[in-house]
Design a protein around this ligand. Structure first.
Ligand code: SF4
Length: 163
C-alpha cells in the first residue's frame, strides 16, 4: 500500500497552481494533437471498458489527487463503493450510459488512447506527457508513484478515513 505521507503530499499539492498548469498544458497539447492527427473514434468503448479489451489506464498519484480535487468542485460524485462497482463491471467509475462524465478533466492516458490503428503518435505523446508529470514530481520534490486508475483513485479516496 502506498504510504499515507505520500498520499497526503499529493493531496496537499493538488491545489498548487503549478500542478494545475502542467495538466492544463498537457490537455491543450493533447487537444491540438487530436485536431492535427484526427484519429478515428468508433466509440468502441475500448478505452473505458478495461477488462473486456485488455486495456489498463495508469496515472500518477499526483494526477489522481488533482483529479479528485477537481471533482470536488463539480456535481460528479465518486466514492469507494462506486470504484469497487466499476471494478466488478470491468470499466471506469466515471463512465455513465456509455459516456465519460469528466471529459474535460479526464487523465492524459485517456487522451492518448485511440483504437485507430493509424494513430501511431499515441505512444510517443503518452511518454512525453508522462515525462512532464514525472518531472513535476521532481520539481516539487514529491514522491512519485504510478498505478492503475481505480487503485489510485481508491487510495486517494480512502485517505479521508485515515487518522
Ligand atoms: S475517465 Fe472518462 S475517458 Fe477515461 S476511462 Fe474513465 S470514462 Fe473513459
Amino acid at each position: 500500500m502506498i504510504p499515507s505521507d505520500e498520499v497526503r503530499t499529493w493531496i496537499d499539492l493538488a491545489r498548487d497552481d503549478r500542478v494545475g498548469e502542467v495538466f492544463r498544458l498537457i490537455f491543450e497539447e493533447s487537444a491540438e494533437t487530436v485536431r492535427r492527427e484526427r484519429p478515428l473514434c468508433l466509440a468502441s468503448g475500448r478505452c473505458c471498458h478495461f477488462e473486456a479489451h485488455g486495456h489498463r489506464l495508469y496515472v500518477t498519484g499526483l494526477e489522481a489527487a488533482w483529479f479528485i480535487d477537481q471533482l470536488a468542485e463539480r456535481t460528479n460524485r465518486l466514492t469507494i463503493p462506486m470504484v469497487e462497482e466499476a471494478r466488478r463491471r470491468g470499466d471506469c467509475p466515471m463512465l455513465e450510459d456509455g459516456l465519460c462524465t469528466v471529459h474535460d478533466i479526464r487523465p492524459f492516458g485517456c487522451r492518448s488512447y485511440f483504437c485507430d490503428p493509424r494513430a501511431g503518435w499515441q505512444e510517443a505523446a503518452y511518454e512525453r506527457w508522462h515525462a512532464r508529470v514525472r518531472a513535476l514530481h521532481e520539481e516539487l520534490d514529491v514522491p512519485y508513484a504510478y498505478g492503475e486508475w481505480r487503485d489510485m483513485l481508491t487510495r486517494i479516496l480512502e485517505f479521508d478515513g485515515e487518522p
